[in-house]
Write a protein that binds this ligand. Structure first.
Ligand code: MSP
Length: 651
């Protein structure tokens, strides 16, 4: 291959009986983040995902819809395939278990185990959980309910081939003991070990076609199809080139890391490890099982109607905000709670306030004070400079340490400590004060250089988590190289920013989200006041009550003509307006529903703050704010005394 080290990371392959939800998005985002991170660390990475298309669950769903299973699979697979680019996920391979390349490998492994005497024919008598696709012996169940998901079990008695899993019990325990890090987190590994110690039974690995014929044929007996988990687990070998590309397989397989949810850990350790042992293939290097998300404190379920649709979250909040939230909010092995409010808080505070502001302030100051070019440093560092530089170095070390143990949340915490420290550096060095004194130009240049350098390093560090944002940051900093070609730690060493690079002011990274709930209108207004106050303090105007004419000139006020107005359902105060400004048409969200009917607004001239940072309100991006006078009991729109052209400026 090449002289890079290999890294192979997989997600579970997802069932095609249902559309993607937050659980699917979570593992796949984590795997994508890890893949991007490892590439920055110089690894040759293979990152794969796919769909699990056989088995009774898919067959039943298809039957309920009155279609063939393959039709269902062909339909649903697109929902997964198309989701990944929407979430900025870039897999190297996407496998469907109905592909020929996979069938060949499954049959090969099945044959191998059979020839070895590890698969034998017998009769299965017992219980089966269709949603979990799991066999349950009588001894482990109570009241005909699945011990895992609690749903009713089906009983059957039929001819079946069995895998001699019981024979691998000791070997498996020994293997886990000798490779103590191969199952993580530790607490889950301990559960698995206890389970194995309680005794392994042979595993049924086929279904007779008369009861289920949706699967891969057993190679030497066309009356049977291979059990869906036996089939599905082998996907990890197929995509790595097992039996078709030995060089590829030998390169990647020893480095295999499976990311999975906690519910499928037994399959991925007990059944999978013993299958591999029987086939004389070394088990994967690591199986990491993550926790589950509850939704607003409740278990996610279709019947509760609280299933989170990743397409919708990405559309409303942007894929990077979703990625950031999922990886920042909880430690990867733990369960956690997804809530709209928490997501919005993370966006407003971490992404818009901390990161977005840092970038926009730095770019603005480079433009104002340094003709838009990254300036030179001075000869000597001051204490604040040294602190910032040292923290950046420590941050890189910490991020490496945390990413190596999949502690995504801690790595993000490390990066945000640097982001916040850099914001503080602005407050400490007060570039706007330095800018007033010619004698301080060298110092000012130094400060701006350090700000840009810190952001350059932050961009590389955040790239695996929020790739689209990192690329935007990189481009605003004016850096020409490709961010994905950078290396950690080499390119995150301090002092690599190129003096003279021209910055590119761009859009805000994350518009702040102002979510107005009926009961929270006043609270939200208060929050806006607080944010406005914080912003004021940030630009260093703390002590000013008056504004200068220059500051007033920064306000772009324009007249707009209302083209259309409509109600925003579910709100008491909000209307959505389309407004003509001659050069463009904009959407505005305005809290005037109680005072104006939508029809009464059509063709009215209104006065709008045209250069206000856009905000997303109830999922709608509001591009400006209209002005109105308010006294105690009414709100009255500002308009023009005579008709003027839309787009006219107010001076
Ligand atoms: N097809 C099997 C996996 C075969 S891998 C060889 C399967 N598919 S699945 O579509 O049901 O995938 C579910 C994945 O989503 C699992 O990893 C599961 O843990 C995860 N989640 C399902 N609900 C979840 C949450 N509420 N939260 C987080 N992850 C959850 O299992």
């Amino acid at each position: 291959m090449n002289n890079k080290k290999a890294y192979y990371i997989t997600t579970p392959i997802y069932y095609v009986n249902d559309v993607p939800h937050i659980g699917h998005a979570y593992t796949t985002i984590a795997a994508d983040t890890m893949a991007r991170y490892k590439r920055l660390r110089g690894f040759d990475v293979l990152f794969t995902t796919g769909t699990d298309e056989h088995g009774q669950k898919i067959a039943k769903s298809a039957e309920n819809l009155g279609i063939e299973p393959i039709e269902l699979a062909n339909r649903v697979v697109l929902k997964f395939r198309n989701l990944w680019p929407v979430l900025n996920i870039k897999e190297d391979d996407f496998i469907r278990t109905t592909e020929k390349r996979h069938e060949i490998v499954v049959q090969k492994i099945f044959n191998r185990l059979y020839e070895k005497g590890d698969i034998y024919k017998g009769e299965y008598e017992g219980w089966y959980c269709v949603p979990c696709e799991t066999f349950w012996p009588e001894s482990q169940i109570e009241g005909n309910k699945c011990p895992d998901c609690g749903r009713p079990l089906e009983k059957y008695k039929e001819e079946s081939y069995f895998f001699r899993m019981s024979q691998y019990q000791e070997k498996l325990l020994q293997y886990i003991e000798q490779h103590p890090d191969c199952i993580q987190p530790e607490s889950r590994k301990n559960e698995i070990v206890r389970f194995i110690q309680n005794g392994l039974k042979d595993q049924s690995v086929t279904r007779i076609k008369s009861s289920l014929n949706w699967g891969i044929d057993v190679p030497f007996d066309n009356q049977h199809v291979v059990y869906v988990w036996f089939d599905a687990l082998i996907n990890y070998l197929t995509v790595a080139g097992y039996g078709t590309d030995d060089r590829k397989f030998n390169f990647y397989w020893p480095e295999a890391v499976h990311l999975i949810g906690k519910d499928i850990l037994r399959f991925h350790t007990i059944i999978w490890f013993t299958m591999l042992m029987a086939a004389d293939i070394q088990p994967p290097k690591l199986v990491f099982s993550h926790g589950w998300w509850t939704i607003e404190g409740e278990k996610m379920s279709k019947s509760k109607g609280n299933v989170i649709d990743p397409y919708q979250v990405a559309e409303e909040f942007g894929p990077d905000a979703f990625r950031y939230f999922l990886l920042r909010e909880l430690s990867f092995g733990q369960d956690g709670n997804f809530s709209r409010q928490l997501l919005i808080q993370r966006i407003n505070y971490d992404l818009a306030n901390d990161l977005g502001n840092l970038l926009s302030r730095t770019i603005a100051m480079t433009r104002i004070f340094c003709q838009g070019k990254i300036p030179e440093i001075q000869d000597k560092e001051e204490e604040v400079d040294r602190e910032l530089r040292t923290l950046a170095g420590d941050t890189v070390d910490q991020v490496i340490k945390n990413m190596d143990t999949m502690a995504f949340n801690l790595a993000l915490e490390n990066i945000w400590t640097l982001v916040r420290r850099t914001n503080k550096y602005i407050d400490q060095t007060e570039p706007w004060v330095l800018g007033k004194d010619h004698a301080k130009t060298k110092r000012l240049n130094h400060v701006i250089n350090y700000l840009a350098e810190s952001l350059r390093i932050v961009s590389i560090l955040v790239y695996p988590f929020i790739p689209m944002t990192a690329v935007k940051m990189w481009s605003q900093l004016g850096i020409k190289e490709e961010i994905e070609q950078m290396f950690i730690p080499e390119d995150t060493r301090w002092g690599k920013i190129q003096v003279g690079t021209r910055v590119n002011p761009g859009e805000n990274l994350f518009p702040r989200i102002i979510e107005i709930k009926e009961s929270e209108q006043d609270k939200s207004a208060q929050e806006r006041d607080i944010i406005a106050k914080q912003d004021k303090e940030k630009v260093g105007t703390k002590k000013m009550d008056t504004i200068s004419i220059e500051e007033f000139k920064r306000l772009d006020l324009r007249v707009g003509k209302v083209l259309s107005a409509e109600d925003i359902p579910g709100t008491q105060k909000l209307l959505k307006l389309k407004v003509d400004f001659k050069t463009e048409e904009r959407t505005l969200v305005a809290g005037i529903k109680q005072y104006y009917s939508p029809e009464s607004l059509i063709n009215k001239n209104i006065v709008v703050i045209f250069n206000l940072e856009p905000a997303t309100i109830r999922g709608i991006q509001s591009q400006g704010m209209l002005l109105a006078a308010s006294d105690q009991d009414q709100v009255v729109l500002l308009t023009t005394e005579k008709d003027v052209d839309p787009g006219s400026k107010i001076r």
